[in-house]
Ligand binder design. Structure first.
Ligand code: FAD
Length: 336
């Protein structure tokens, strides 16, 4: 366990901002976590993984909890599947590398997404047609109020697009300690989304390994997204909006080229396209800039303040709403 007062959170946010926490408490096991919850009972808690989806608007006046529990183990195995339990502080990408080395399938499309295993369940991270919820079996957590351990099923978590109960009615009520993923030994690769399959020209797709898919995903992502450590960002700043079919039809007559995907909730429109159409690629406010290669991303182009980032995000939302009548919502968690 490590407890630091007036601690810097520079290493715990990928925007390259420099907020402080009144207390930063790192724990290595569940008993230490329970002891921290007891010691600081009544305080405001925030659990932070790598801070790759957080925008600290100011210093955090409370206790930041950070999991250093990083093990993974196989829980059970059948002829076709393996259940792997990974602790919350393990980097998701390190887990995916381990799984690919074992030829276990299901998470490879999520390669190179920054962040921890714990947050992958909070955020229901997704990329290339796969979401964490597709392979999450259970989520184990400690209740902040009581210290009691609970195990949630996939259904309990109410996963949705970049969403789960941990972001809504359970917000800040649980600290996730481990996630169990159900992985396939054969088949199971998803190559039909975002041209991923096309990137393997000349290859028999059924022969691909999760390691090859992982390497391709990393190659593609490196071309499109800012690398953590090079430019501060939190990945996609906005969610792709889902609008009603009626609203989409009206917009389509005006913008026939508008890309779209039908979903069970309505029509999903790529926010990046909307932002680009508003001429916002490369738009800068103070040190914050809309990333030229992927306008869904806002980067810290040098010495940006949280306010620069917030105001630029507001401008993007205002311009998109003004032109298309569509309200963008941030994917990034604002921390007041
Ligand atoms: C360059 C870049 C690319 C990205 N690409 C993608 C992408 O393709 N797809 C995608 O979905 N996301 C993407 N992201 C966003 C980010 O990687 C994910 O949201 C990730 O899950 C955040 O993990 P984290 O550990 O950094 O969580 P944090 O940012 O620290 O926290 C995120 C949320 O989870 C909560 N939390 C964290 N750990 C725990 C825990 N143990 N228990 C309870 N609550 C917890 C926090 O309180 C917060 O609400 C990208 C980010 C960057 C910087």
């Amino acid at each position: 366990m490590k407890i630091e007062e007036h601690a810097s959170l520079t290493a715990l946010n990928t925007f390259g901002l420099h907020p402080n926490a009144r207390v930063l408490a790192e724990f290595d096991n569940k008993d230490e976590l329970r002891a921290l919850l007891h010691r600081y009972s009544g305080e405001r808690f925030l659990t932070v993984g790598e801070g790759s989806n957080l925008l600290f608007l100011r210093d955090f006046d409370g206790v930041v909890l950070h999991s250093r529990m990083c093990r993974a183990r196989a829980l059970k195995e059948t002829k076709d599947e393996v259940w792997i339990e990974a602790e919350s502080g393990l980097r998701l990408d390190d887990l995916i590398q381990q799984l690919a080395d074992m030829d276990l399938r299901g998470l490879e499309n999520l390669s190179h997404i920054p962040g921890t295993v714990g947050a992958s369940a909070v955020q229901n991270v997704g990329a290339y047609g796969v979401e964490a919820k597709d392979v999450i079996e259970t989520v184990r957590a400690i209740a902040v109020q009581t210290g009691e351990e609970v195990t949630f099923t996939n259904a309990d978590c109410c996963f949705a697009y970049r969403d789960s109960r941990f972001k809504n009615d359970w917000k800040d009520q649980y600290v996730i300690t481990a996630v169990t993923f159900r992985l396939k030994k054969e088949g199971g690769l998803r190559l039909d989304y975002g041209g991923l399959g096309n990137a393997f020209e000349g290859r028999e797709l059924s022969q691909l390994t999760p390691l090859e898919v992982r390497e391709k995903v990393i190659e593609i992502r490196r071309r499109k997204l800012p690398e953590v450590g090079e430019f501060g960002s939190a990945g996609s700043f906005f969610k792709n909006p889902v609008i009603s079919p009626t609203c989409f039809e009206a917009l389509q007559t005006q913008y026939p080229a508008m890309p779209h995907f039908d979903t069970s909730d309505g029509v999903k429109v790529p926010a990046a396209w909307l932002i680009e159409q508003c001429g916002l690629k490369g738009c800068q406010h103070g040190g914050a800039r809309v990333w030229d290669k992927q306008p869904l991303v806002i980067v810290n182009a040098g010495n940006a303040s949280a306010e620069d980032i917030r105001l630029l995000a507001e401008k993007v939302m205002k311009d998109v709403s003004g032109r298309f009548g569509i309200t963008l919502s941030p994917e990034v968690n604002y921390i007041e």
